[in-house]
Design a protein around this ligand. Structure first.
Ligand code: GTP
Ligand code: MG
Length: 451
């Protein structure tokens, strides 16, 4: 889903990551590329314009958090913006009414109303524990009512018995009555689709709506139709009032334009998405999760958030200064280990680092030993203050004592000391990069050295 947009943004950001400090010209160039990517994804022009304007204002005005690169900051800003565009908070179906709660499904022909009625019914039965009745008001297309009956059977929910020759309004009355008498919690009304929005269809929907007084009027829209889906949604909302949107065929939607513009243009929340033809291929729509799927940036976003929480500017500066002096010893390492632990361990940190997206699976397979951090901490704690400050003191005898004291093998102790030496080397290399470069990438480079 949204793979082409995801790839384009991925390309833009991977170029970004290679740069240390971003200039304003860099930011401008990025914004241009993001703009093109969104337009190519078929996002509505006014939505793209707004997106870029407010993103740029934030990018220029935001403070760059130490230990996070400006490129990461930009990625986080874009992520936050996409989430906002998708509606920020997840909105679930509204069932807060006196049963039977009526939900009316509307949409153009073939948008997926009948399928979605079954999917939603199944979900209401299994996840929400509701007793569900469905009724088809589609008296125009032959076998439409039978189709819903079949779908309901698969979802193991009840469907209103079919009476030949009945009009939509009559079916609605009967459905309401049955639902009341038989104690159903929810009544789903599947309506007929039309090729285009026409007055006849709208008048019928209005009449049904007035009679049934639905708590939710769910517009079912085909995401593959891109901007058309958005225009249609707007028209439906203006004419009959929509309370929620289900986007279908997200599974085939590489571009994502409809999903990204829908909320902004209609003002109505996307509540569900259809991700396949099968009855259980249906998901609640979570803006933040979709945004991270689109960006596929691992969890850079949470890295930035966590870094902002955990590493104060003063700490980062003090550490950078120490590294520059080349006096980064075991005391400092202990400090770093504790910070890393606070940030969720090496495993979760590695996953969050830029450029790790593609490696995520490999990393998970590699099963980074989370206990390693605790072990390293124990080893350092078994050292005397002097030893921590001056690792050169650590001869064989002292190493054996430390191993015993911390309950690890001598090999573990040797490994940590070796790592520390490698880190010293790295510090020397970093020194050549100058203070600025190091402060930007200090913590990450340090962690790469830890692996
Ligand atoms: N891949 C995929 N196919 C879907 C999805 N939702 C519906 N479909 C398919 O879309 C086609 C039309 O679905 P229907 O549920 O009959 O659409 P409708 O809106 O009820 O159509 P009318 O009643 O004729 O207006 C069917 O072949 C469904 O299997 C989805 O999320 N993904
Ligand atoms: Mg139908």
């Amino acid at each position: 889903m949204f793979s082409s947009l995801s790839n384009k943004l991925g390309d833009i950001f991977s170029k970004l990551r290679k740069r240390g400090v971003l200039t304003e010209a860099d930011i401008d160039a990025v914004m241009r590329e993001v703009r093109i990517a969104l337009l190519e994804a078929d996002v509505a022009l006014p939505v793209v314009k707004d997106f870029i304007t407010s993103l740029k204002a934030k990018a220029v005005g935001s403070e760059v958090i130490e230990s996070v690169s400006p490129a990461q900051m930009v990625i986080k800003l874009v992520n936050d913006h996409i989430t906002e565009l998708l509606g920020s908070e997840h909105q679930s179906i509204n069932l807060a009414g006196t049963p039977p709660v009526v939900i009316m499904m509307v949409g153009l022909q073939g948008s997926g109303k009948t399928t979605t009625t079954g999917k939603l019914g199944l979900r209401l039965r299994t996840k929400y524990n509701k007793k569900v009745l469905v009724a088809s008001l589609d008296v125009y297309r032959p076998a439409a009512q039978k189709q819903l009956e079949q779908v309901a059977k698969r979802a193991e929910i009840a469907s209103l018995p079919i009476v030949e020759g009945e009009k939509p309004i009559e079916i609605t009355k009967r459905a309401l009555q049955d639902a009341r008498l038989e104690g159903y919690d929810v009544l789903l009304l599947d309506t007929a689709g039309r090729l285009h929005i026409d007055t006849e269809l709208m008048d019928e929907l209005k009449a049904v709506k007035q009679l049934a007084n639905p708590l939710e009027t769910m517009l079912v829209a085909d995401s593959l139709t891109g901007q058309d889906a958005v225009t249609i949604a707007k028209a439906f909302h203006e004419q009959i009032g929509v309370t929620g949107i289900t986007l279908t065929r997200i599974d085939g939607d590489g571009r994502g334009g409809a999903a990204l513009s829908m909320r902004a243009i209609t003002g109505q929340p996307i509540k569900f998405m259809g991700v396949g033809e099968k009855i259980d291929e249906f998901e609640e729509f979570h803006p933040s999760r979709i945004a991270s799927r689109i960006l596929d940036m691992g969890d850079i976003v949470s890295l930035v958030e966590k870094a902002a929480e955990n590493v104060s500017q003063a700490e980062a500066e003090a550490m950078a200064a120490k590294m520059l002096e080349g006096t980064f010893d075991f005391n400092d390492l202990l400090d770093q280990l504790r910070k890393m632990k606070k940030m969720g361990g090496v495993g979760s940190l590695m996953k969050m680092l830029p450029g790790m997206g593609a490696m995520r699976e490999k990393l998970e397979n590699a099963k980074i030993d989370e206990n390693a951090l605790a072990r390293q901490e124990a080893i350092i704690l078994s050292m005397t203050k002097k030893e921590r400050a001056n690792p050169k003191l650590l001869n064989g005898q002292r190493r054996a004592r430390i191993a015993k004291g911390s309950g690890v093998t001598a090999a573990d102790v040797n490994k940590l000391i070796k790592q520390q030496m490698q880190m010293q080397d790295m510090v020397k290399k970093l020194k050549k990069l100058g203070q600025k470069g190091m402060m930007r990438g200090g913590l990450q480079n340090l962690m790469k050295g830890m692996q």
